[in-house]
Design a protein around this ligand. Sequence first.
Ligand code: FES
Length: 584
Amino acid sequence: MARLESINVGLPRDVTWQGRTVHTGIWKAPVTGPVMARRLNLDGDGQGDLGGHGGEQRAVMVYQLESYRYWEQQLGRDDFVPGQFGENFTVTGLPDSDVCIGDRYRIGEAVFEVTQPRVTCYRVGIRMDDPQMPALLVKHHRPGFYLRVIAEGRVDAGQDIVKIGAGPGRMSVAEIDALLYLPEHPREQLARALQISALSPGWQESFRALDRQRTAGGNSGLSAEAAVPPPAWSGFRALRVSEVHRESRSVVSFWLAAADGRPLPAALPGQFVTIRLDPDDLGPALVRNYSLSGPPGGGEYRISVKAEQRGMASQRLQTSLRAGDTLSVAAPRGAFVLTDSARPVVLISAGIGATPVLAMLHALAAAKSSRDVWWIHGARDGADHAFAAEARELLGRLADPRAFICYSRPRDDDRLTVDYSDAGHVDADLLARAGVPADADAYVCGPLPFMTALTAALIDRGLSAASVRTEVFGARDGLSPGISAVAGRRPHLPDGEPGAGPSVTFARTGLSVPWNDRQASLLEFAESCDVPVRWSCRTGVCHTCETALLSGAASYGTEPLEPPAPGSVLICCSRPDGEVVLDL
Ligand code: FES
């Protein structure tokens, strides 16, 4: 009979880690006497980062004494105490290889259901004083698991754990964990996993993404980059400017063609290219991303550049780039792409944010799509309204499109109902007037506050968070789970002696820095420059740090459990092999 050996609780606290403050609830200590198990927590327990831990699906964490003994041997340690692995219940007799998702157990007065394996995260490495721990738990098939509280009640250490129900599908915690994080994702196993309603929604979403993956390499359950085909070429390639066209007061388009005249590989609608401007009389080397705005699969690429007052690259392109010139261009990339579906599609943009969604509109028009299409765009006025005639023509090829054009400051000669449909901004009220349906796929591009507001408004209208996709121009927001915010510093050269290594370019940030061998990884190097980065496990498991490697090569100190998508790199466990350009 399985037994509850120890109940461990702890409230979040601040700990210092690598000079930063981490707010974490991973320190748990044993309690004596009965403890109330409630829907969201044991009494006296809490989590520091509810985005990654806690909640109804992850109310109680379980780890096994047998695994304690295993790790004592593996790691040569004898200093473990109850709660060492951040678990609430230390148990005997519930191995990850036997316990199945959906199994139900009664302990004392309460009833629990197994929902998912442990979330791999760097905090277990902090607690164990071993940064490799997140990867080891997965690699050795000993992650531990979470319980949902089905019936609240008191539990006490020493009580028997009585199995009262078996999960459908009979998929063990270890099997489910390996199915997501380790290479090989057999479709038959994915199908079985997706039948288990007790599996937490986040894991179900990951398995659905893996099931849809048709590309080789990478893990689309962990990173959207793996869901799109690999880049058509590596590094930068010289393309010829075939045509230059002014689209509006501030936007100029450049058509790019292969130097040998052959058609360029098709991009997916919504993808972007990275261009590199070499240093010249007009300024230093610059690397920038531009969404492709033209018809996908047309044999040439079109980028559309808005002149920004302080935009060094846009000024240079608009003032000096002419038809016949060449430009260094990396292959189309990005996971902000129109997905195949019969659902209604809503394309929302502001200003130059029209570019990727215009490529999607091209794709819908070319396919004579029968999907219901909403085209919603905001501009300042008619002079700033790029692609007006082009979008109108494309919409005209669709069966029953809905178009809403908002001018925030229409000029006297801008014609209401002809040039624009609404005076004002694209906002929640407009979405309501437009009748955007709850079962739509939405693609949103524009300034960050615009996308934040529109995403919230779309979710308020009933769209699921997964069906609202956004595209960020420039640096993306970082994700540093549990790290307490400090006054932000703009990206900068690292403090102290500069490195003597090859140049590392952060394309979105616009920073090139010589690599410093003092840093253990590209992630640590980016952090030393305050470049926004996203990460969770820091040991090559979760793929949160997966980043497009636009040029150059990197190698891994410790190989990740599963390689990232071709053309991408896991920056938490890699170092550059020469000059690199990262999409950061
Ligand atoms: S942060 Fe998890 S793989 Fe890099």
